[in-house]
Design a protein around this ligand. Sequence first.
Ligand SMILES: *Cc1c(COP(=O)(O)O)cnc(C)c1O
Length: 363
Amino acid sequence: MTPPPKLHIPGPVEVNERTLRAFRSPIIGHRSEDFRRLYGGIQPGLQRLFATERPVFLSTSSAWGVMEGALRNLARGTALCCMCGAFSDKWLDVARRCGLEAEPLQVPWGLSVLPEQVDSRLASGRYDLVTLVHNETSTGVMNPLADIMTLKARYPDVLFVVDAVSSFSAVPTPFDELGIDVLLTGSQKALALPPGLSLFVVSPAALERAESIAGRGYYFDFLEFQKNAERNMTPSTPSIGHLYALRSKLEEIFEEGLPARYCRHRQLAESTWRWAEDREFALYPDSSCRSLTLTCVDNGAREAGRRVDPDRFRELVRQEGVLIDGGYGRIKGVTFRLSHMGDETPESMTRLYLALDKALSRL
Ligand SMILES: *Cc1c(COP(=O)(O)O)cnc(C)c1O
């Protein structure tokens, strides 16, 4: 049997041996003292990573569980969904499927959402919740989170829900300082953990809003998470392996150091843009808002740059032992995406570039 390919898709990403070893630790009871020590022991590291004094909640679900949960816990009036790609567009769809009032703020794919656009919509006074995807994984666009969050001061009663699923821990997203109300991420993207766990922080204002909302259900009830977190527990039986893996990952992250981690992600992004541009590919996102965790290469979406047969290219790369992504949503086939989040290094990226070059030479 040939070994599975090295993952360079934007999630799930490659999980290293050290993390997998931790993931395989013996299972303990989730109401035991050992569990509470494990849960409590990882909180300080998580709080450092989220830059918050609030508890960090752990949900055994993929990120969509908490995303839907945020809507069900917090949407009262009308939500404004900032949309610039498949994942941010999906927020509107999910809100409406939950029977909630939601409206789009749509910007063209490839561009970021701008603070003035959000401002002019919030000025209407119609909205009490904003959803924002920090890093739009489908288009490779990173939105100006800090600039958009300055609006919180002008609209203190609006709750800002931020999906940082594909950027969290690769770039700073300081929860307390920015005044975010819900910041959520998944395990299988920049944290390079196995899929199946979500991490999130909720502001006091958001918890207060949740108290006034009926029909929050149980599994994703933010108030249940808060109550249990106060005793170092989760509302239901969590994926315990994930907590061990997370503990191991936090050790790794702080061994490297946060500034070095952020710097590494920027360097890997820049070297990937160079790889593409040196081979006459255009990049899909506008140069003002390129993601630092994945590169979305234009492969015919616009009238610019080189074009390759997407299926054949991906297959040739696959024959070099690497899996890349052939585009997502309505830009499938006319873009391809290269992930550089998680544990990637200049050396591992060089191996990716070699595989891509070999595939290009065989096209
Ligand atoms: C991957 C991703 C999601 C969905 O995460 P799941 O873990 O599949 O639920 C949501 N938002 C963004 C920006 C993503 O990249």
